[in-house]
Design a binder for this molecule. Structure first.
Ligand code: PAF
Length: 325
């Protein structure tokens, strides 16, 4: 082969490789617990649309809503192992992987949505997000599950003593469980995919979750009482597998991070919308709602547990969260 032909062949091969690279498509699997129409679905869809747009469709998603890839603990594990690419998950089971996250699971730590979102978006939240990397998880951005409220089939909960003796399903989260025990609740940890059947069969008296989850999971079909206790904030986070992250260019990393921030914002907006219209819907569906339970009775009950939380997480860390205005 002449030198000119060799050069032409090499140039053609390079062009072909570049064209193949430019059109190469990677489909990423993203899983979450609730339906595609729920807050998790809204946030994940915005994230997926944004990465497709920002990478000219080199990266797209296949979404697995409704716990199709398993419970949140299983999905986090799979992302860590690289057998799943992405999860949009609450922090419920995440403290078992990244202990620093557990600080946010303390009952009555946050005063409301504005306070919680400021903490997550500020130095404290962003610092914890970065800590995930050392545990083999890339925390792209905080999203949101919402403030958790109690539902049950036994009685209306107006104050902490009404919750006493109830067997409530909780997340697999030791901080929640320690807090709820101070209300006299019998916490029963259980993966979310098993919950609807457990409520239906009466294995547990009730559960606690934010309004968007209660709506999306149709708990009004199996629960009579709802009390707006707002006893704990449930942050969520969009996590990427390090396997994918390590292959991204710096420009693509920026696209993924910004897409996750936009996804998180859309998810928070859906939480706001569900909070605004969901109570009326749940009443219409037959739930009896205590809209203003005695929050002080719950705060008083949990106050002694704060000494334990301070030992575990540092009184200074708790105070720093509380000090955010
Ligand atoms: O209760 C839970 O386990 C969580 O709130 C849920 C529903 C999986 C959403 O993150």
């Amino acid at each position: 082969m002449s030198k000119t032909t060799l050069l032409k062949t090499a140039a053609a091969a390079a062009l072909l490789a570049a064209a193949a690279g430019a059109s190469a498509q990677t489909v990423l699997k993203i899983g979450y617990a609730t339906t595609k129409e729920s807050h998790y679905g809204v946030g994940s869809t915005v994230f997926c649309d944004e990465i497709a747009k920002g990478t000219s469709n080199r990266y797209t998603c296949q979404q697995f809503p409704s716990s199709a890839l398993g419970g949140e603990r299983e999905m986090i594990e799979a992302v860590q192992l690289g057998t799943q690419d992405l999860v949009n998950t609450s922090t419920g089971p995440l403290g078992n992987f990244v202990p620093e996250v557990k600080l946010f699971d303390i009952p009555f730590l946050f005063r409301g949505y504005d306070h919680a979102r400021k903490v997550m978006d500020g130095a404290i939240g962003q610092d914890v997000l970065k800590k995930m990397q050392a545990k083999g998880l890339i925390g792209l951005a905080w999203s949101e599950n919402g403030f958790r409220h109690m539902t049950n089939n036994k009685r209306a909960i107006n104050q902490a003593t009404d919750a006493s003796g109830l067997k409530l399903r909780t997340m697999e989260n030791k901080v929640h469980m320690a807090g709820y025990k101070t209300f006299g609740i019998l916490p029963t940890p259980m993966p979310f995919p098993e919950l609807f059947t457990a409520l239906q069969q009466g294995t547990v008296d009730g559960q606690e979750n934010p309004i968007p989850v209660i709506l999306a999971s149709k708990f009004s079909q199996v629960q009579k009482h709802l009390s707006l206790t707002g006893h704990v904030y449930s942050p969520a986070v969009i996590i990427l597998s390090p396997n994918v992250w390590s292959k991204l260019s710096d420009a693509d990393k920026k696209v993924f991070t910004e897409a996750a921030i936009k996804g998180g914002q859309a998810q928070r907006k859906k939480v706001n919308d569900d909070e605004a219209s969901g109570i009326a819907q749940l009443k219409k569906d037959g739930m009896q709602v205590v809209e203003k339970p005695d929050g002080e009775s719950f705060r008083k009950a949990v106050a002694p547990a704060y000494a334990e939380f301070a030992k575990e997480f540092g009184a200074d860390k708790i105070a720093a969260v509380q000090a955010v205005k």
